[in-house]
Design a protein around this ligand. Structure first.
Ligand code: FEO
Length: 394
């Protein structure tokens, strides 16, 4: 069922309350998600984006109940990824030849994924516009690498709606659609998790793009992303959050991440948390076992942190695979301006801590000299060394 966004603009997407993961298993979904598509019914009828392929039949049938599909004059594809363009093939089987407006890179990504070179592509670039009647226009803004080369946003004059696609989105299901109807704490948490886990590597581009959008001086009444809530109440709040998040964001928080075999490394982690809290009572300290906590939730905590400490026992001349896999992900997210320390236990060869320091340096962290490396299980004397590492992190 379509839901009104403003005047002749409606939401026609899919709210997915059952989704558990995204991008394969690379992004955990805790509070549902949505794929937001929009229908504009001015003198011209325009569809902005579609939904994920598993829901393509649902999407097309739903759209048929709302409108004669032949009335659709234009389809705007802001992004070719399958969660937004996945229903195009089913839709275009009903209305072949309908003009698609997208970036040059989207022609490549759409053709590469869906193998329909005959689709009626119309390439647009930043500043191009499309007249939709009733004095309103769609203005296109390329959003290259936010987060794919093909990404684009579409601005609707008259109603002042920015269809921002993935930017400003969240994996968060809200039946009532709007930010003023959502649980505010969950909304902020999910918006930050989305930024930390998907957009953080592109922070310098986010900064440039925000400056470009602000310089356009467009009135923005609504920001309508392709996932999660539509920002209707104080829509610029999410723009201001992005402006802060793209500048090597940190709060007064230190996060400890570790895994263990026989609890020796756990003892160091717990002692470190206690020492940090005693030394810096104002600092928020959080501790996670990487095998027991969600990796994306931990990344959001790293995003908020000014420093992290990572621990693992030495195993097979290196560290536990749970920790090395997580560090690989950490490196890809390109955090900057954060301190890090390493700790762990060992039985014989003992390379783990040195390797951890190397991995953290490679991931862009400022690794402090102090570390804690304990042979077999820690004694009280070993644990007393933890204070020095804590002092280096605060
Ligand atoms: Fe929501 Fe990049 O797709």
């Amino acid at each position: 069922m379509k839901k009104q966004v403003k005047n002749n603009v409606s939401w026609v997407g899919f709210i997915d309350w059952e989704l558990e993961s995204f991008h394969g298993d690379d992004y955990s979904i805790m509070n549902g998600s949505s794929q937001n598509a929009y229908l504009i019914e001015e003198e011209k009828t325009v569809l902005i984006d579609t939904v994920w392929k598993p829901h393509d039949d649902f999407f097309v049938e739903n759209l048929k109940r709302e409108i004669d599909l032949k009335k659709i004059d234009y389809i705007v594809v802001n992004h070719g990824e399958v969660d937004h363009a996945g229903a195009l093939a089913a839709l275009l089987a009903e209305i072949p030849g309908t003009p698609i407006y997208c970036t040059a890179n989207a022609v490549k990504s759409l053709t590469g994924q869906y193998h329909h070179p005959e689709w009626n592509f119309n390439v647009v670039k930043t500043g191009d516009s499309l007249d939709i009647g009733n004095g309103k226009q769609l203005v296109f803004v390329e959003m290259k690498m936010l987060h794919w080369p093909d990404s684009m946003a579409t601005y609707m004059t008259g109603d002042n709606i920015l269809f921002s696609n993935d930017a400003f989105g969240q994996h968060f299901a809200v039946e009532e659609l709007f930010n003023d109807k959502a649980d505010a704490c969950l909304l902020e948490k999910e918006a930050m998790k989305y930024y930390a886990n998907i957009l953080n590597p592109f922070s310098p581009l986010v900064k440039k793009k925000l400056e470009e959008i602000i310089a356009l001086n467009l009135p923005i009444d609504i920001i309508a992303p392709s996932h999660g809530v539509i920002w209707r109440e104080d829509p610029l709040q999410i723009v201001l959050k992005y402006a802060a998040w793209c500048e090597d964001y940190q709060e007064d928080q230190i996060t400890i991440v570790y895994d263990t075999m026989w609890e020796g490394t756990t003892q160091i982690a717990y002692r470190l948390a206690a020492e940090l809290s005693a030394l810096a009572p104002a600092t928020r300290v959080k501790t996670f076992n990487i095998s027991k906590a969600d990796k994306n939730e931990i990344m959001t905590e790293v995003f908020k942190s000014k420093a992290i400490a990572v621990g693992s026992p030495t195993v097979g001349n290196d560290v536990l695979s749970s920790v090395s896999g997580w560090l690989h992900f950490l490196k890809a997210l390109k955090f900057k301006g954060k301190k890090a320390a390493a700790f762990g236990t060992y039985g014989w060869s003992g390379e783990g801590v040195k390797n951890l320091q190397g991995y953290l340096r490679d991931a862009g962290f400022e690794v402090i000299d102090a570390s804690v490396r304990v042979n077999w299980n820690p004694t009280e004397e070993n644990l007393a060394e933890v204070k020095g590492m804590a002092e280096g992190l605060i």
